[in-house]
Design a protein around this ligand. Structure first.
Ligand SMILES: *Cc1c(COP(=O)(O)O)cnc(C)c1O
Length: 395
């Protein structure tokens, strides 16, 4: 018997992907990620980013990043617990906790590692964790690391959530885990009902607010703030600094004891190097900017309302989105991918999502409107949508 060679593994897996049409070829940006950019050599209006506030290439972020780079160096030099905690890391966490109205905050390398670190720290055998079926991949992976009893409820189905909480009693910790804003449909987790429901069963609520931070709540404080639970010590907020905040990173915000325990137990915090100073500088400038200038969020939401109203008027199905994430339904996976290619030809960069990323028959193009788009950008995109929608018989 001979064992599998590396080249067999690679070529078999790749041909499976190729045969099912799932092989990914990332598009390459030839310029900074802005509302208008150049992709694979072509000038486009960019509706594919998570750059909600237009911070990714903002001068204020770049200026403070450059200053911190000069003053503090290119790298942090170690993991946070050994010798990698610079004064600027601690200062930024205080700034973030103050912004979020939570007692404390801890920053990790990314939103992805935050879910691994926090879920892995808090949950253990004998606990119960109940997770929304549409939660992000990093939550799913984070939960794979824990030995708690795991249950999944159908997306936003509070009836099923209640049943699972009722039918799985434990004297361990109970936790409900949900995205704050769901990245594929753009709907908001119903925390106004979900938090009281969880409380009736003694469960804490863990909200991953990657797409809600910088988008919902006063000055972008997030989904938890939007529903008024930011002072609740049975609601844990995690999120990313990589989307609206324009840079990279993840955070957990809550009681000071949460931070203390994470410092001691969260494996990405303990075993992966701290953010470089430029990242900290850019993030700190992002928080300053959103609090001193409300126009970023105003433009984000003005643009969102305009774009959605026009697409709806044309007859497109926006799949119930409540946020700047604007899915446009095309039905079959092939149709959505074709629409994306046609839009690109017309200078609109928006990505098609099909099965298995979204359920069969619900293939879509996901657009994310940003504060940086002008009315002209959006009008141009809308007329391209009109032509493509008509050509494909979707409207
Ligand atoms: C994007 C996303 C993440 C990952 O965040 P990164 O900072 O990019 O690693 C985690 N959770 C949710 C819900 C997300 O949408």
């Amino acid at each position: 018997m001979t064992n599998t060679t590396l080249s067999q593994r690679l070529s078999q897996d790749l041909s499976e992907l190729r045969d099912s049409g799932l092989l990914i070829h990332p598009r390459v940006l030839d310029a900074p990620n802005r509302a208008r950019t150049r992709v694979d050599g072509k000038e486009v209006i960019n509706l594919a980013s998570n750059n909600y506030l237009g911070f990714a290439d903002h001068p204020a972020l770049k200026e403070k990043a450059a200053r911190f780079l000069q003053d503090w160096g290119a790298g942090a030099g170690a993991v946070r617990t050994i010798a990698g905690t610079l004064r600027i890391h601690e200062d930024f966490e205080e700034q973030l906790a103050h912004f979020k109205h939570t007692g404390s905050a801890l920053v990790l390398q990314s939103g992805f590692t935050t879910n691994q670190g926090v879920l892995g720290t808090l949950l253990r055998a004998g606990d119960l964790v109940v997770s929304d079926a549409l939660n992000h991949a990093s939550i799913i992976d984070g939960l794979r690391l824990v030995k708690a009893t795991k249950k999944v409820y159908a997306h936003a189905d509070l009836g099923e959530l209640e049943q699972l909480l009722r039918d799985n009693p434990t004297d361990g910790l109970k936790m409900v885990v949900t995205d704050g804003v769901f990245s594929m449909d753009g709907d908001i987790a119903p925390l106004d009902q979900l938090v009281p429901l969880a409380r009736r069963y003694g469960a804490v609520v863990y909200v991953d607010d990657a797409h809600g931070s910088g988008v919902l709540g006063k000055a972008g404080r997030g989904t938890v703030h939007h529903f008024g639970f930011e002072h609740a010590d049975d609601v844990i907020q995690v999120g990313t600094l990589s989307k609206a905040w324009g840079v990279v990173g993840g955070y957990a915000a809550g009681h000071a004891d949460l931070r203390q325990l994470l410092i001691n137990r969260a494996r990405p915090y303990l075993f992966s190097t701290a953010h470089p100073p430029a990242v900290v500088g850019a993030l700190s400038a992002a928080l300053d900017l959103v609090q001193s200038d409300p126009s970023f969020m105003e433009r984000l939401w003005d643009n969102t309302r305009f774009f959605k109203a026009e697409l709806t008027r044309l007859g497109f199905d926006l799949m119930g989105s409540q946020t700047p994430i604007t899915p446009v339904r095309f039905g079959e996976t092939e149709t959505a991918f074709k629409a994306s290619r046609m839009l690109f030809q017309k200078g609109i960069f928006a990505v098609g999502l099909g099965f298995p990323t979204v359920p069969k028959g619900q293939a879509r193009i996901r657009n994310i409107v940003t504060a940086e788009h002008t009315r002209t950008d959006l009008e141009q995109a809308i007329s391209a949508y009109e032509e493509v929608g008509k050509a494909l018989g979707v409207i």
